[in-house]
Design a protein around this ligand. Structure first.
Ligand SMILES: O=c1ccn([C@@H]2O[C@H](COP(=O)(O)O)[C@@H](O)[C@H]2O)c(=O)[nH]1
Length: 255
């Protein structure tokens, strides 16, 4: 958490650069190096997605090498959407933190607290899926509860309760549903949200920031992956989104 807030302040950025590498091995190795070098100055965090590495021959080694290329002061969120029972989760945590060197992970809360807690080491951070950005998410996450609210709100509340004890639990809330972002922000006023869905998925940046920024103008990490990876110039793509985000933030937040 300290590493994240320090980086956000130093870079004056809420941009999370997603690393979802596609292409042949030689291209991917060179492009990862290039994207990291060109975007680092604008990045509050990097988010490699585990699937895009595991699907390649020697993907774990590539992931470890990629994380090693990222400047040490920039947090790395390994997007693995982990979510198994406690002893298994502990092994995933060892993989993410001890083998790969990630600072944070994403976790699916469906199996309960024991799927989350092994990742909540004191010096690490966990982003728990609350409302995901994909359209079919509504079939499960928008189911209304008899006690009020939706399944996604319940996931958010459970995560915030865990945060009261661990102080390092954030949430994943997609940019494709500003109403959900607003609801989750109401029940989790202080947590960091990792927000995918800007760029290729068509999320609305202004509505996202309006719904989700904390009163201090922080609290959101706006991720984009394909829009940077596929850009002719990754640095320009990152700088453009970085600037758009800051133009929409309250002036006091980044003065
Ligand atoms: O709700 C979620 C959670 C995670 N993701 C991941 O974020 C990136 C988005 O990529 P784009 O190319 O910017 O669409 C990708 O790694 C997803 O697996 C998400 O999209 N939604």
């Amino acid at each position: 958490m300290n590493k994240l807030t320090t980086r956000v302040q130093q870079a004056n950025s809420l941009l999370c650069v997603g690393l979802d590498p596609t292409g042949d091995d030689a291209f991917v190795a060179a492009r990862l190096r290039e994207v990291i070098a060109q975007t680092a100055e604008f990045a509050a965090a990097f988010k490699p997605n585990l699937a895009f590495f595991l699907s390649r021959e020697n993907g774990v080694a590539l992931l470890r090498d990629t994380v090693a290329l990222i400047p040490k002061d920039i947090p790395v969120i390994l997007d693995g959407k982990f979510g198994d029972i406690a002893n298994t989760a502990e092994h995933y945590a060892q993989f993410a933190y001890d083998r790969i060197g990630a600072d944070a992970v994403t976790v699916n809360p469906y199996m309960g607290d024991d799927a989350i807690v092994p990742f909540a080491r004191p010096d690490k951070m966990v982003f728990v899926l609350a409302k995901t950005s994909n359209k079919p998410a509504h079939s499960l996450q928008d189911v209304a509860l008899t006690r009020g609210g939706y399944v996604s709100d319940l996931a958010a509340r459970v995560s915030c309760e865990l945060d009261e004890h661990h102080h390092n639990i954030g949430l994943v809330v997609g940019a494709t549903d500003a109403a959900a972002i607003a609801r989750v922000r109401e029940s989790c006023p202080t947590q960091w949200f990792l927000v995918p869905g800007i760029g290729a998925q068509g999320g609305d940046l202004a509505a996202t920031l309006h719904a989700g920024l904390r009163v201090d103008g922080l609290g959101l990490l706006i991720n984009t992956s394909r829009a940077i990876w596929q850009a002719a110039d990754a640095g320009i793509a990152a700088r453009t989104l970085f600037q758009q985000i800051n133009d929409l933030r309250p002036v006091a937040a980044h003065a």
